[in-house]
Ligand binder design. Structure first.
Ligand SMILES: Cc1cc2nc3c(=O)[nH]c(=O)nc-3n(C[C@H](O)[C@H](O)[C@H](O)COP(=O)(O)O)c2cc1C
Length: 204
């Protein structure tokens, strides 16, 4: 089974990448294939709202998005990690999630007449495990986590629980000091165990 982590930070290495790797560390070596994709330096535009995916069944804007989307589609579990920027996820991650969620929806559904209510037949993410992760210097993690959870929820995903929010406190003055938050490292380990448990249960 495949687990992919996506870092929405424009920095690699950085705190988000460190925490995502901590989760992957707890998952790998148990018959799981893990990988990390950093959005740092990638050329990925925001959704242009062209609706080209309704007909084409794929995002028609061609840039680095396609490789990220492909990895998400192939994964059984997806970790979405972001630093908190002004209380939210980063623009880099939002761009990917807007395009992945919208084009991934039309891949399995025809456009209906305007007056009809939609009856969605699932999307490319249906049944996948999606776990959010956020890191901030001081605050805003739960709001950013909520944004990621809203995406996972409307994309028909299964969200693992944990005994604390999947968050770290790091980055004062731009420091890359994620490893100093020991509680965060234990939270990441707990998340890894829960993702493993869910993957095993879902594939019994
Ligand atoms: C543009 C910008 C906005 C930020 N906004 C917040 C914020 O709202 N709350 C906060 O606590 N930290 C904020 N930070 C700090 C980062 O969340 C923090 O440094 C984080 O550890 C960076 O993660 P990274 O190393 O993965 O990029 C901001 C940093 C930048 C550059």
């Amino acid at each position: 089974m495949k687990v992919v982590a996506i870092s929405g930070s424009p920095r690699n290495p950085g705190n988000t990448v460190t925490y995502l790797n901590a989760v992957l560390e707890g998952i790998k070596g148990q018959g799981m294939e893990t990988s990390l994709i950093s959005l740092a330096g990638k050329n990925i535009s925001g959704c242009t709202g062209c609706y080209g995916c309704v007909e084409a069944k794929e995002c028609v804007v061609k840039d680095d998005f396609q490789e990220v989307f492909q990895a998400m589609v192939e994964a059984d579990a997806i970790l979405l990690g972001t630093p908190v920027y002004h209380g939210s996820m980063t623009a880099e991650l939002k761009a990917v999630l807007d395009r992945a969620g919208f084009s991934g929806r039309w891949a399995n559904n025809p456009m209906k007449e305007k007056e009809e209510s939609y009856t969605w037949g699932g999307c490319v993410f249906s049944g996948k495990i999606v776990a959010p992760l956020a890191v901030a210097r001081r605050t805003g993690q739960v709001f950013a986590l909520a944004e990621l959870l809203v995406w996972a929820n409307v994309n028909d995903c299964i969200i693992p629980g944990n005994t604390y929010w999947n968050m770290g406190v790091a980055g004062k003055g731009g420091a890359k000091d994620a490893l100093e938050d020991k509680e965060a490292l234990s939270i990441m380990d707990g998340l890894a165990q829960r993702i493993l448990h869910l993957l095993e249960k879902l594939n019994q």
